[in-house]
Design a protein around this ligand. Structure first.
Ligand code: SPD
Length: 351
């Protein structure tokens, strides 16, 4: 079976676009690691597509698996040699973990942030929660600050299981800081922590299926969020955020993963952002690394995995890019009420 047929079979089964280079990227990842989660991390093939592709490669006797490990057969190795597939070197900078920024002023609040975050609510599947690690939060805040989007600015955080608002509030740098979240546990945690610590942070419960409260529109220089990865959900976060901005020159920050979003979905998202009046100024690959959550065995991808193992606490594999956008004009994007499920589409894997 040739690469094109393998890609087509996996694409049809997963309803996710897969091309021949995806097959090669997956093979290169298997040459680098036998661990199923590391392979997901290294390949950048969406998880649901990777699961089907692994099954196709098993059918064709290119690979074997057992207990969360995957390895190439001699036939598979021979195919890789013939195709010229080789694992790329891993060159992520160890000091900034590939973020490209130092912590700068965020270093002063790192210790306190860590102590406060220790009491955080655990991730809930109901809201597709899965938070980034503390280093990712601090790097995101530092990057935003370096772009003049934090100090003296009015900043809105949409959905905050990452506790970014807490890290920003500790700096006391923003002129105004507001965090919205659907989860009453997050709202209480942020509100109580801010009160106890005397931090300048306003917190409110809000379901982003509904337009933002009128009193918040349009009053912010900066919005930031780490949306759910369905196309509908991602755009809802982006459009709600853009509606909160004062106008041209204001900015938004969004996380976007390769794990649950094909590049076809990325293209839809980028087209929608451009059409809404924004331009992408920065796109930083694998900027965020996530802590593993507690609901692996009930997430949708679990039954699709060819071989299963719950990753340990230190085995990070889920990452996302950081996108910064800037408005060129007053945004024109839909703001209607949304109904029903915001989290699932064919590519959703960890919901
Ligand atoms: N379902 C677990 C991982 C999902 C990550 N996307 C949501 C980001 C919220 N911080």
């Amino acid at each position: 079976m040739e690469l094109r047929e393998l890609a087509l079979a996996a694409s049809t089964r997963s309803q996710t676009p897969v091309n021949e280079r995806d097959v090669e990227r997956l093979l290169a990842a298997i040459l680098s690691s036998e661990d199923v989660w590391r392979i997901m991390d290294l390949s950048d093939v969406p998880v649901m597509a990777a699961c089907e592709l692994l099954r196709e490669l098993h059918r064709t006797e290119w690979l074997e698996w057992n207990d969360g490990r995957i390895w190439l057969t001699s036939r598979g190795r021979e195919k890789c040699r013939a195709l010229g597939v080789q694992p790329p070197p891993e060159l992520r900078c160890p000091s900034c973990r590939g973020s490209g920024v130092e912590l700068g002023p965020m270093a002063c609040v790192a210790q306190t942030f860590s102590e406060l975050a220790a009491g955080r609510p655990q991730a809930l599947q109901e809201f597709d929660q899965g938070f980034v690690d503390e280093a990712s939060v601090l790097s995101r805040a530092a990057f935003m600050w370096s772009k003049a989007d934090v100090a003296g600015r009015e900043v809105l955080v949409l959905g905050d299981d990452d506790l970014l608002s807490l890290a920003l509030a500790l700096t006391k740098a923003p002129k105004r800081l507001v965090a919205l979240d659907i989860d009453p546990r997050i709202v209480s945690f942020l509100r109580e922590t801010a009160t106890e610590q005397g931090l300048p942070l306003e917190v409110a419960q809000h379901d982003l299926r509904h337009p933002l409260p009128l009193e918040l529109i349009p009053s912010f220089h900066t919005f930031v969020c780490d949306p759910t990865e369905s196309l509908r959900g991602f755009l809802a976060f982006a459009w709600r955020g853009m509606s909160a901005l004062r106008g041209p020159g204001c900015s938004g920050y969004l996380g976007l993963t390769r794990r649950e979003a094909s590049l076809t979905k990325w293209r839809h998202i980028q087209e929608e952002l451009l059409q809404s009046g924004a331009v992408i100024t920065d796109l930083l690959h694998d900027f965020h690394s996530y802590e593993n959550w507690t609901y692996f065995e009930t997430m949708v991808a679990w039954d699709k995995l060819p071989t299963r193992r719950v990753p340990g606490a230190g085995e990070q594999w889920y990452r996302s890019a950081l996108i910064r956008l800037e408005l060129l004009e007053h945004p024109h994007c839909p703001q209607e009420e949304l109904q029903g499920d915001m989290f699932d589409d064919a590519e959703a894997a960890t919901t």
